[in-house]
Design a protein around this ligand. Structure first.
Ligand SMILES: [Zn+2]
Length: 288
């Protein structure tokens, strides 16, 4: 699969293809997308392109390296795991990654580290050090729903590619539904949440769009918590005031998982029931 097959014919796809084919891939790449699973797939393709054995177009998709990367079994491609039940990658995990990045690759000429989870500011500061003086033949790929969640210093050391989502048209109904859900989330009673999500059961497209907006709301709520600024919409402020940071990160995760389930064509009744139960659980961790 080429980048334009994955991402559609956009500027980012063109640039990635040119950089891959000319073997000029940067050592740090940020993929920004509202669609978290698209960003992960792009990261895997980029890792494949970086380690591909082909002399021609990369990733070729047929060499042993490409197949291993796509199969998730390449010994020189790492996903930085967030440990200890946390939802954001901390400074410990990043330091471990940095130490590991100086060790020689197992079989490929280089190594790739992929960071899919949100990172704490401390973790990003630690990451910054290695981005300033990266080891040779190592690539770091970061995915994010919103690049503004990353420190400016990290962004300035990385190549940013905004992918997918831009030409998605979000209906007013989806936006209104997301607002209703966002207002229901911090409430202790179940009825508002059940009411707000009930319209989704019969409408797959509406659900898809609503989840995208909900993901953005979580990001905004986190941003507000982090920056402490006012001037956000009431439903964002409601989430950011009533929920702990961890809960918002969990919620964001729940929304991403629901998007993934939706993309696998799961049963809508099951999906919406799952969504409500998991929103409830993420929310209740705030009151513990
Ligand atoms: Zn290949």
């Amino acid at each position: 699969m080429s980048f334009s097959q994955l991402l559609g014919s956009c500027e980012a796809a063109k640039q990635l293809e040119t950089l891959s084919d000319n073997r000029r891939l940067p050592h740090a790449v940020v993929f920004e997308s509202r669609d978290a699973s698209l960003a992960k797939r792009a990261a895997v393709e980029l890792a494949a392109a970086y380690l591909c054995e082909s002399e021609g177009k990369r990733p070729c998709g047929v060499c042993s390296s490409c197949r291993k990367v796509r199969g998730g079994i390449h010994p020189d491609v790492y996903i930085v795991k967030t440990t200890g039940g946390k939802r954001a990658t901390g400074v410990g995990e990043i330091r471990e990654m940095i130490a590991d990045s100086y060790i020689k690759p197992n079989e490929a000429p280089g190594k790739v580290y992929m960071i899919f989870d949100e990172m704490t500011p401390e973790a990003q500061n630690a990451l910054l050090k290695i981005l300033e003086e990266p080891p040779q033949n190592v690539m770091f790929i970061i995915t994010t729903v919103k690049s503004t969640l990353l420190l400016k210093t990290v962004l300035s050391r990385s190549a940013l590619f905004k992918i997918g989502g831009d030409d998605d048209t979000i209906s007013e109904e989806a936006f209104a539904t997301a607002v209703e859900i966002a207002r229901a989330i911090p409430q202790n009673i179940e009825l508002p949440l059940l009411g707000a999500t009930s319209v989704l059961i019969k409408n797959r497209e509406l659900t898809k769009q609503t989840l995208i907006i909900l993901g953005e709301f979580c990001t905004k709520a986190l941003e507000q918590k982090y920056l402490g600024e006012s001037g956000y919409e009431d439903y964002i402020t409601g989430m950011s005031r009533m929920l702990k940071r961890d809960s918002i990160v969990r919620l964001f995760d729940v929304v991403s998982q629901a998007q993934e389930m939706l993309s696998h064509n799961c049963n809508m009744n099951i999906l919406i029931t799952w969504l409500c139960a998991n929103i409830r659980e993420a929310r209740s961790s705030s009151r513990r």
